[in-house]
Ligand binder design. Structure first.
Ligand code: UDP
Length: 234
């Protein structure tokens, strides 16, 4: 597989074309941002961890019946994935109140929900990724009704699988963000990444944060937390 020109550089990843028009290579960086790019920094070794964790989880999810963009891990930081057009929705599932949910609705962080919640943000940095509902997504033509239903079904299935998976490893899955993409034949697949950048992970015994909140909130021990959560995977 030949790596060709870079077509995109985001906050945490670069994307390269290959000699196959249906496949691209993602290259994970150690750059970290928060608060819509306002806070910038480096988390040494993050790219390797996010690449490997994403790939491991996507392979498990694929076996559990959720289609993903994953094709093949190429190196510590590089993975071959299906080329998709990203559906401009951030899909957030929550099991426990934290972050913007706690802030927006005045619910103490750590309050568990009887049922998981789902919400959508319109992926648009200029607008600050505003919270929207299904009807807004339809009006904005971000996806069709059937695609939105499928995305919701997959997102809850990812939560069911991941909640149990992390529980076995002494980790509470608090919340996470997913992105979906459309392949050239129109298939909706799970894309982007699943990592400590995009999930809140709390140690089940100590309730210690093992995710990007340590960076967002200047808590220190960021690299150690990423290494700790990665270690739970093996
Ligand atoms: N999240 C993300 N990217 C974003 C916003 C949120 O990956 O641009 C993840 C975040 O890591 C957390 C979940 O989505 O696991 C819910 O985040 P929240 O809405 O509470 O926003 P935050 O407090 O991170 O601003």
């Amino acid at each position: 597989m030949e790596k060709r020109e870079q077509i995109y550089e985001g906050k945490a990843k670069k994307v390269f074309l290959t000699d196959d028009p249906d496949l691209v290579i993602v290259d994970y960086k150690d750059d970290a941002t928060a608060f819509n790019g306002l806070k910038k920094g480096t988390i040494t070794g993050k790219g390797v961890i996010n690449n490997k964790m994403s790939n491991l989880l996507m392979q498990k999810l694929e076996k559990a019946g959720i289609p993903t963009h994953f094709v093949e891990e190429l190196s510590d930081r590089e993975t071959l994935v299906k080329k998709v057009s990203i559906v401009p929705l951030e899909v957030i599932i929550r099991n426990i109140a934290a972050g913007s949910f706690s802030k927006n609705y005045g619910v103490k962080e750590g309050t568990p929900f009887e049922q998981p919640t789902i919400e959508f943000s319109y992926k648009n940095d200029d607008l600050g990724d505003p919270l929207i509902n299904d009807y807004h997504a339809l009006a904005l033509k971000l996806a069709t009704k059937d695609e939105i239903e499928l995305i919701k079904k997959y997102a809850f299935a990812v939560n069911d699988y991941m909640k149990a998976y992390w529980k076995e490893r002494g980790v509470i899955l608090v919340d996470f963000k997913l992105e979906f993409g459309k392949t050239s034949d129109g298939t909706i697949v799970l894309a982007d990444e699943i990592s400590p950048d995009t999930c809140r992970f709390w140690d089940a015994k100590t309730m210690e944060k093992l995710d990007k909140d340590r960076f967002r909130r200047d808590m220190g021990g960021v690299e150690d937390a990423y290494n700790e959560i990665m270690g739970r995977l093996s």
